[in-house]
Design a protein around this ligand. Structure first.
Ligand code: MN
Length: 718
């Protein structure tokens, strides 16, 4: 979402403690401001003689961080903590000293921020995940810790140009991966937007420049159209005697970039949307203003969103609609109250700012704490930091889908959620015992992806258990951690029981049952698997180490002539672990390559098809859960695999030949090329190339990306 406010900008002239105190005078008590000044003296003495990479005395950095929080009008303890945030970390000062001078609250805040800084984020994923875990723990104690940390990070981003290029990129990536999403999750739009813009500019300087130039070039014509629409809206509101502010908004570069990247829209399509915000006095007026807009211009069907009735996870409230403007140009309108507008800017930080009894603020703060508590719960279940980070990342991107329970209650789930995610969202026990569902009163398999507005009823069975195969399609962190947790805690008897039921069901798929299995076939299989007895086999199945369908298939005579086992095309079978001799093929929809997480789908008569786990066809629930198996790549595969990539390039002579040469130099073969023009500014080149694995693909992509005319390269999946 874009804002009309300029990002918090730093003047060229140095910002001094006197400037800070002057700012604070406008909203803090005089003795609180004196406390802040005392903290400055303390900090300046502690950092005496230290200088930053930029050559400035160190103390200017904490003052700048404090200024960012002052612009959000945070309380004096947060401001003091910001001034002292590097004192424990970088000077001999002890936490106890801060506690005796400024109280235990401030000491805890500074300590919390220091703990976040102590581990250098290394390139290794584990270190990053571990640090992130610590950040969550510190946040749970006091959310202000993360506000100080965000201010610290924002100032570091503003002064990033003095760093070495590799360090710059690492910090920028971390900012986009973790800090900006956290600011977003806490609803602090003012910080989020600037972190994203700076992160984008530092990580992808070329793309940033291209986009910036394009925006400047397109701006002139826009102004006229914007004025015209604004006047029309104003006039109509006056006619209806409705008071309110109307603001035209410009999209930020990073949000433009994301739209172009994710929705594969051209720059023109994205930028040619005219965006307005209408800010009025109260909720009732919002809906009346909406009626007026829909009367003035026709709304685009299906694009109206009521975030007032159903606020976003971070507390954001507003009405969103899209209209067909004059000559059919799309107009985006946000309608909200003054209070909602303020909260949209400062999110959770508003809790310390507006010391009123506004219920919404308390709710939002409670919402943020609730989120943190859930994270804490999750990290108890998670086996390691990496697993935890993976879970949290899913949670940080709040695109949600809203569905109803049979009693009409609204449930909010992450985008892409399935029936199983819904079941776990209702209650852990329901998730653990669900076996099927009715979606809009029609029976649906567990892996069905849910859409907005559907009514979902879960069918449970006493004694049913979560299946490890669900991990292949659930998206919510709660479902994921519960299924894993359940799998780990399975007792032997339970595993035998679960394994028996899974095997029975699998035999049923082939029209057979456990009663008719010949004993010599079972014995032969046990021997082949090096297992002692039938129970051991059932445990293997129950724990998810062997797949029920494959065991079932091996227990049955291969008499149906479908050539499911062995035979032709044996080479690929050596590539996939878990296929156990079945003929495997690689699906053309997602073109898996070694390193991709994969799923095997048992097909009638065609052996096993290998898809990537995030393949559309898997997510859409085209295949029933019983037929989908978790499989893995064998290590050390030497074959080459075809994969599609799209390269977006500036419209320049000779660029195709250039890209083709670089691909060849990277030890990859081109099987196919297609060119499509986009918008006169850029062209899209589609290549089918062969690679050995993901690392190989990454190295090809990296080299292509380094060609100056290349704007971006992405892996294509149909
Ligand atoms: Mn710092």
């Amino acid at each position: 979402m874009a804002t009309q406010a300029e990002p918090l900008s730093e003047d060229q002239s140095r910002f001094l403690i006197s400037d800070l105190c002057h700012m604070l005078d406008s909203y803090l008590e005089p003795d609180q401001v004196r406390e802040v000044y005392r903290a400055y003296l303390f900090g300046a003495e502690a950092h005496e003689g230290q200088i930053r990479v930029s050559g400035e005395p160190y103390i200017y950095h904490p003052i700048a961080a404090a200024r960012i929080l002052a612009e959000l009008r945070l309380d004096h303890k947060s401001i003091i903590a910001a001034i002292l945030h590097d004192v424990i970390e970088d000077t001999p000062t002890l936490k106890e000293q801060i506690a005796s001078d400024f109280g235990s609250d401030v000491a805890e805040l500074v300590d919390g921020v220091s703990k976040l800084t102590q581990i250098e984020f290394e390139s290794s994923a584990e270190a990053q995940a571990e640090n992130f875990r610590k950040m969550i723990l510190a946040m749970v104690r006091d959310i202000r810790v993360i506000l100080v940390k965000l201010a610290d990070r924002l100032h570091n981003m503003r002064t990033l140009s003095v760093m070495r290029p590799d360090k710059r990129r690492r910090i920028a990536r971390e900012t986009l991966d973790i800090y900006a999403p956290i600011a977003n999750r806490l609803g602090i739009n003012a910080l989020r937007v600037e972190l994203e813009e700076l992160g984008f500019a530092a990580l992808y300087p070329l793309r940033y420049q291209v986009l910036q130039k394009a925006v400047l070039a397109a701006r002139g014509h826009r102004k006229e159209v914007l004025n015209k629409i604004e006047t029309a809206i104003k006039r109509r509101m006056q006619q209806e005697a409705l008071e309110g502010r109307i603001l035209s908004r410009e999209k930020h570069l990073y949000s433009l970039y994301k739209k172009i990247r994710d929705k594969t829209m051209s720059f023109k399509e994205t930028y040619d949307v005219y965006a307005f915000r209408v800010v009025v006095d109260k909720v009732d007026t919002c809906y009346r203003a909406l009626g007026i807009m829909h009367n003035l211009y026709k709304p685009v069907p299906g694009r109206f969103k009521d975030y007032i009735a159903i606020p976003k996870a971070n507390g954001y409230q507003s009405l969103h609609t899209i209209l067909f403007g004059p000559h059919g140009i799309p107009i985006e309108v946000q309608i909200r109250t003054e209070e909602m507008d303020r909260i949209a800017e400062s999110g959770v930080a508003a809790h310390w700012v507006y010391k009123t009894n506004e219920q919404n603020l308390d709710q939002m703060h409670a919402g943020a704490r609730e989120w943190l508590r859930e994270l804490l719960e999750m990290q108890k279940h998670a086996g390691n930091s990496l697993e935890f980070l993976e879970n949290v990342k899913l949670d940080l991107f709040p695109d949600a889908v809203y569905v109803f329970t049979p009693t009409g209650a609204i449930m909010k789930l992450p985008h892409g959620s399935t029936v199983v995610d819904f079941a776990y969202a209702v209650h852990t026990d329901i998730g653990n015992t669900c076996i099927a569902a009715r979606v809009d009163r029609v029976e649906a398999p567990l892996r069905t992806t849910l859409r907005n507005g559907q009514t979902v009823e879960i069918i449970t069975a006493a004694g049913a258990r979560p299946s490890p195969a669900w991990l292949g399609f659930v998206v919510s962190a709660k479902a994921r951690s519960n299924i894993r947790h359940h799998q780990k805690s399975l007792r032997r008897e339970d595993a035998i029981d679960l394994g028996r039921r899974m095997l029975d069901r699998a035999l049923g798929v082939f029209g057979s049952s456990a009663q008719v299995i010949a004993d010599e076939r079972l014995q032969a299989l046990l021997k082949a698997y090096h297992l002692e007895n039938e129970d051991d086999l059932l445990v293997e199945i129950g724990m998810g180490r062997r797949t029920a369908v494959l065991v079932a298939r091996s227990l049955l005579p291969a008499d149906d002539g479908t050539a499911v086992l062995g035979g032709e095309g044996t080479a690929p079978a050596l590539v996939i672990r878990g296929s156990e001799g079945m003929v495997t093929r690689f699906s053309k929809c997602c073109r898996p390559i070694p390193g991709d997480p994969v799923v095997g789908v048992i097909t009638r008569g065609r052996g096993m098809m290998i898809h990537t786990q995030n393949c559309r066809n898997i997510a859409d629930g085209k295949y029933s859960a019983e037929n989908c198996l978790d499989v893995q790549w064998e290590p050390g595969i030497s074959e080459e695999f075809p994969v599609d990539v799209t390269v977006e390039v500036a419209d320049r002579r000779g660029v195709l030949a250039n890209v083709a040469k670089v691909i060849g130099d990277a030890d990859s073969n081109i099987e196919n090329v297609g060119i499509e023009e986009r918008d006169g500014l850029t062209n899209s080149l589609r290549f089918r190339i062969t690679v050995r694995n993901r690392q190989h693909l990454a190295s090809v992509m990296r080299r292509v990306r380094n060609i100056p005319a290349v704007i971006r390269i992405t892996r294509t999946r149909s």
